[in-house]
Design a protein around this ligand. Structure first.
Ligand code: SF4
Ligand code: SF4
Length: 482
């Protein structure tokens, strides 16, 4: 029986509820009156506290996704843009993945790190190698990392992950520092989540891969990840362990996208119902080519237009949740979806174990790659590309460091007030990037952007302080934040 407050996976991600939702969506996909009402419900409204959005239930959002009336799709895109503008402005937060180890005991059939793949060399970074990788990432200008590791209790025990986090935070090279480490590791115990919390992680990210239980079990034929309930209930254990910010995601292409979409939103509703806070982020990866993996064998792949619509509908349904896209997507696709709701992207990424240190920006090792990187530009190129389109690349990590996580973050976010911090923080961290890492061309574009954008800081006191901080950064000071 469907129950968003239940702690049992089968009840908060109820197969019957998803099937009913898909039937309801199919029946109403041409019901213009209902679609107009749903769009109106989701529109940003001015209230005494600021701008607020109601969001949508998984049923309502599924009707939007099913609707194939071109004029309505345009309305959805324009609402998604409006919501993005209201809560995220033109800022895009930058991050990079850091692969620690590709040892894995699972057999996920879509991932080259699966246990039975003998073609791929196995590698695990030593602490010395982590210092080299993180130094290289700092030299590119990154401040925010997402660490990734396969599941292997012998090679990658929690103690190893904790040691790596500690090493990463301790590296201070020139003006560089990693100020937020997000963690993407396998589902684990409450006790281990507590240890991750104590190690000072940012967001705990775990992709569901697919919400369809039967497919899930087939796609994960062996290893601890085979257990659908243990995997699906992981975020509840993470929150019980004290982690405030969790990141959801599905791997689009594994099962029917409409099913995944409804499941994803039900998972978000479940977290809100039980813990009072929805997911901090949602990632939208698609299956990609890699060693031993041919994406064409998965017959649920989605085209770029469907992908864009999914992103717009997620933006409308969960307006306060950040959305992440990786270098799995190429420049053209990234360009298309940035305006529809994406708030974080990776740049200059390497998806192999030990892919950063000792390689030029053109070189990339392929032997241990988890997936083929479609956007192969350097961070400097991505930063300039964003600024040329009037986006502000942000290296901000302030909330986590100010203790604005979980419901404290959401309460500011839900009335649009977080913008008062995000906007000046984006400009100050971009100024740091320009001073320390940018090419002369990128620096010139960035200086002009900051000079324009500082006038959009509405609070006079904040603006005055931000201007003083920008000058101080030019003179060598670092790490200011609101
Ligand atoms: S997806 Fe994760 S758990 Fe599955 S094989 Fe790859 S690294 Fe291992
Ligand atoms: S102020 Fe907080 S929400 Fe805004 S960009 Fe910085 S860390 Fe993110």
């Amino acid at each position: 029986m469907y129950n968003p407050k239940s702690l049992k996976a089968d009840e908060f991600i109820s197969n019957e509820e998803i099937l009913d939702t898909l039937e309801f969506a199919e029946k109403n996909k041409h019901n213009r009156e209902m679609i107009e009402q749903i769009l109106e419900k989701a529109s940003p409204k001015k209230t005494g506290r600021g701008v607020e959005c109601a969001g949508l239930s998984h049923r309502e959002a599924s009707v939007l996704l099913a609707c194939d009336i071109p004029e309505m799709t345009e309305k959805m895109y324009s609402l998604a843009r409006e919501i993005k503008e209201a809560f995220y402005g033109n800022r895009i937060v930058m991050f990079a993945p850091l692969y620690l180890s590709n040892y894995c005991v699972n057999q996920c059939v879509y991932c080259p790190y699966h246990y039975q793949n003998r073609e791929i060399p196995r590698k695990k970074l030593t602490q010395e190698e982590i210092v080299a990788e993180v130094t290289a990432l700092q030299d590119m200008g990154h401040k925010r990392l997402a660490i990734e590791a396969g599941e292997d209790p012998v090679n990658n025990p929690i103690e190893y992950i904790l040691e790596c986090i500690n090493t990463i935070y301790s590296i201070k090279h020139k003006n560089g520092a990693i100020r937020r480490v997000n963690v993407n590791i396998a589902a684990t115990t409450v006790e281990n989540y507590r240890k991750l919390k104590d190690a000072g992680i940012g967001t705990y990210i775990l992709f569901q891969e697919t919400y369809h239980k039967e497919s899930y079990e087939k796609l994960h034929p062996a290893g601890p990840k085979h257990n659908y309930a243990y995997h699906t209930e992981a975020m509840d254990r993470a929150m019980e362990g004290g982690i405030d910010d969790v990141g959801l995601g599905v791997l689009f292409g594994l099962d029917m996208y409409k099913y995944e979409f409804a499941g994803l939103l039900m998972h978000a509703e479940h977290l809100e119902a039980v813990h009072g806070v929805g997911p901090h982020t949602i990632s939208v990866p698609r299956v990609k080519r890699a060693s031993d993996i041919d994406p064409n064998v998965f017959d649920n792949s989605i085209d770029d237009d469907t992908f864009a619509k999914i992103i717009a509908c997620i933006r409308i349904a969960v307006p306060y949740t950040g959305m992440i896209i990786s270098t799995r997507e190429n420049e053209t696709c990234r360009n298309k979806v940035l305006g529809l709701g994406i708030s974080q992207i990776s740049g200059g990424s390497r998806t192999s174990v030990g892919g950063y240190a000792g390689y030029s920006s053109e070189e990339r090792p392929h032997d241990t790659e988890q997936f083929d990187v479609s956007d192969q530009r350097s961070l400097d190129e991505v930063v300039k590309w964003l600024m040329d389109m009037d986006y502000i690349p942000s290296f901000c990590t302030a909330c986590y460091r100010e203790g604005r996580t979980g419901d404290r973050f959401m309460s500011l976010c839900k009335v649009g007030q977080i913008q008062n911090c995000c906007h000046p923080n984006a400009l100050m961290t971009l100024q740091e990037y320009l001073e320390d890492y940018a090419s002369p061309e990128t620096k010139a574009v960035g200086e002009a952007l900051i000079a324009r954008e500082i006038h959009n800081v509405t609070n006079p006191k904040v603006k005055e302080k931000a201007l003083a901080n920008l000058e101080a950064i030019k003179k060598g000071s670092r790490d200011f934040r609101f």
